[in-house]
Design a protein around this ligand. Structure first.
Ligand code: NAP
Ligand code: ZN
Length: 346
């Protein structure tokens, strides 16, 4: 075992405070990473506050991890000390079910092992990236390009892949009308990717102040969803809606903005179920779907695309001891557009 320093919540709703713990020794297939930056996802807030139930405490959140490899096990082939590396929402899976064999580890039949708030195959709790180091089996470690700004790469490991995957799955392409609901961490990456894929991108936001930013990120249109007149202008309009909203909501007016056969993909996981009347779907053969992060190979493809096309997250770099204030600001939709922890400040 080796000593690690992190920040943890000791109980639901408790503030995050310094926490000393241990990481396992590097096994033959393991990679040890010195964490340099870690993005702050709204899923961290949901889980620290036990909004989904079943949270495990103490909890060291964080699943948007980038850093440098410091040690590798004897059988590791793809990494060596000194390499840049990334870790997202998963650190393991069964690795033998049909889904795992198809590179869809996030849908593992036996349940993937979360980077935090989970139990590893050894039965020990997993601790995430609000810490100075992590040990992960090679298969779940991503290659990160030296070309990009590392702090701005971190959010790609969750916000990036979570929006990339459904855009690819639903074949977003040149000319498609794509809406992004909620301009936060996930939403701003969805805008960048959909614009890069040639779609006509509309942001559906509750924050009128974000219009200029939305356009700078690549959106063509911006609709303030609290404005009933503006909402009328988008009825039966979109092919695809990427819904990243983190708060409970009535889906009715948004689903009504889908055209025939249009699909809304739910990414946000509010604590309470959203509302919807069946007629809204029936009237235009509309669909509602869901999507969970992305597989390891797909995550690598997304990272490689970002390195090639210079796509990165827009971030506000924060000190470790600012984390509780950052959570409060996220609850007020006040983040442009991802907080990223600088682990040198731990
Ligand atoms: P975030 O940065 O906090 O952004 C969420 C955005 O939702 C806000 O910026 C805001 O955008 C909008 N919003 C907030 N409250 C709202 C309300 N009451 N009504 C309407 N819109 C509201 O969160 P995030 O990190 O992007 O995560 C978003 C959600 O995705 C969370 O629930 C998270 O757990 C989930 N998630 C899912 C996956 C997956 O695999 N499916 C992966 C990661 C995260 P505007 O100001 O533009 O309205
Ligand atoms: Zn996340």
């Amino acid at each position: 075992m080796s000593a690690a320093k992190g920040y943890a919540a000791q109980a639901a709703h408790a503030p995050l405070t310094p926490f000393n713990f241990e990481r396992r020794e590097v096994g033959p297939h393991d990679v040890r990473i010195e964490i340099l930056f870690c993005g702050v996802c709204h899923s961290d807030v949901h889980q620290v506050r036990d909004e989904w139930g079943g949270s495990i405490f103490p909890m060291v959140p964080g699943h948007e991890i980038v850093g440098r490899v410091t040690e590798v096990g004897a059988h590791v082939q793809g990494f060596k000390a000194g390499d840049l590396a990334g870790v997202g929402c998963m650190v393991d899976s069964c690795q033998h079910c049909a889904e795992c064999n198809d590179g869809l580890e996030q849908y593992c039949d036996n349940g993937f092992v979360g980077t935090y708030n989970a139990k590893g195959k050894d039965g020990q709790p997993t601790y995430g990236g609000y810490s100075n180091s992590i040990v992960v089996t090679e298969k779940f470690v991503l290659h990160v390009s030296e070309k990009l700004d590392l702090a701005r790469v971190a959010p790609l490991l969750c916000a990036g892949i979570t929006t990339w995957s459904p855009l690819r799955q639903w074949n977003a392409k040149q000319g498609d009308r794509v809406a992004v609901m909620g301009l936060g961490g996930l939403g701003h990456m969805a805008v960048k990717f959909a614009a890069a894929m040639g779609c006509e991108v509309t942001v559906l936001s509750t924050s009128p102040s974000k219009e200029e930013d939305a356009k700078a990120l690549g959106a063509h249109k911006f609709v303030v969803t609290k404005d009933p007149e503006a909402m009328k202008g988008i009825s039966n309009y979109f092919d695809l809606i990427i819904n990243t909203v983190s708060a409970p909501m009535d889906l009715t007016p948004y689903v009504a903005s889908l055209r025939l056969d249009g699909t809304m993909v739910l990414l946000g996981v509010p604590p309470e179920a959203p509302q919807l009347h069946a007629f809204n779907l029936i009237a235009k053969r509309r669909r509602i779907a869901g999507s969970l992060i992305g597989g390891i190979q797909e995550t690598q493809e997304m990272l490689d695309f970002c390195a090639e096309h210079n796509v990165m997250s827009d971030v506000e770099i924060i000190r470790m001891d600012y984390i509780n204030e950052a959570y409060e600001r996220m609850m007020k939709s006040d983040v442009k557009y991802r907080f990223v922890l600088d682990l040198a400040t731990i």
